[in-house]
Design a protein around this ligand. Sequence first.
Ligand code: HEM
Length: 174
Amino acid sequence: MNNRSPGNPHLLKFIIASAVCFFIGTVHGVLQVMAPIRAWLDSIGSPYGGPGHMIDPLAHAHINVVGGVVIFIMGASYYLIPKLGGIAIYSRKLVNHTFWWTVCGIAGFYSTLLIFGILEGKAMLANPDSDNAVQAIHRFYGPVIGTVSSIMGMGFWIYFINVFLTIKKKIPLQ
Ligand code: HEM
């Protein structure tokens, strides 16, 4: 007799994405303390400002706290709310939207911070007397980081709406 519970395979991807983000975040963390890399990051402004700040702490912080922690919490709460509250999640479609907007958002946010941090850092060191080279790259940063931040934000906001509409079923607000 097969007594295995059907489980929630659609939530597994949250756990896998969280583990992958923690892996990237920890490798990033170790690399940024290696002496030659540390010296390079310090020379481009990390952690206080400039291109270095994008790599350490911004990219490192967000891949770990958003990619690792928040995505895990999203998956875990979509599992625990029905278990603890005895209520089905409002929308399975919104569960999947939560995942894909947040994952695409953090992937875009992290790679944007890394790519602009590295490119602007190289331009800054190659042209110590002029800011023009850095600005020639940085003028694209605003629209790109604005777009990927909005995608990441959508993942959060869809999650909040789905949880709110789920809870609202249990606690009628009239
Ligand atoms: C849509 C989601 C998010 C966006 C778009 C976002 C964006 C940003 C930006 C642009 C900064 C840099 C501000 C600066 O220039 O110093 C920042 C800093 C930071 N964020 Fe987020 N963030 C998000 C979510 C989160 C979450 C959920 C956490 C924690 C759970 C977090 C933790 C941090 C920390 C710790 C810093 C400061 C890093 C430092 O300078 O030491 N962020 N965030």
